[in-house]
Write a protein that binds this ligand. Structure first.
Ligand code: CA2
Length: 148
């Protein structure tokens, strides 16, 4: 079975490390990708890593993952709180889904407390900073091991 994981990032996350470091930390998107590549290498996972500011691109990657991947780690950015379309796409995916937020969304504005994606996610991380991505990938490796 596939040990391929898609890590998908939504809008504005390309600005990571460049603005609001008190909320999102100092690592850039490229740093997070490097952390994910290292974690995948150490845990026998294959990685496809993407970021987009466009909802349809995230949906297209979820559709691509349906055919080939065992899991999706997704930080949908603000689409978390608005996108039924991303939820619908994730509901067509048969593998494991882990939702990952850098900030502790429940400590923030009320509109960040609801997530459409959580209605599908098998696990949710929030407030672990960019380390959350690595934790999500470790969990994904564990879930893949348990499938055997
Ligand atoms: O905490 C998270 O990871 C979020 O998914 C980030 C989203 C936000 O809308 C969610 O409520 C929580 C925002 C991403 C914006 O990323 C930036 C990073 C650096 C500078 C500016 C924006």
């Amino acid at each position: 079975m596939s040990r391929l994981v898609f890590v998908l990032n939504g809008p504005n996350l390309n600005l990571l490390g460049k603005r609001q470091p008190h909320i999102y930390g100092h690592e850039t998107m490229a740093d997070v990708e490097a952390m994910c590549r290292k974690a995948c290498g150490e845990n026998g996972l294959e990685l496809r890593y993407h970021q987009s500011n466009r909802e349809y691109e995230l949906i297209d990657w979820i559709h691509e993952a349906r055919e080939i991947a065992g899991g999706i780690v997704i930080n949908p950015g603000a689409f978390t709180h608005t996108s039924v379309a991303i939820l619908d796409a994730l509901n067509t995916f048969d593998g494991s889904v882990i939702e990952c937020h850098i900030s502790q969304v429940h400590k923030r504005e009320a509109f960040r407390h609801h997530s459409y994606v959580s209605m599908r996610a098998d696990a949710v991380l929030a407030g672990f900073g960019t380390q959350g991505y690595v934790l999500a990938l470790l969990r994904m490796a564990h879930l893949f091991d348990a499938r055997k």
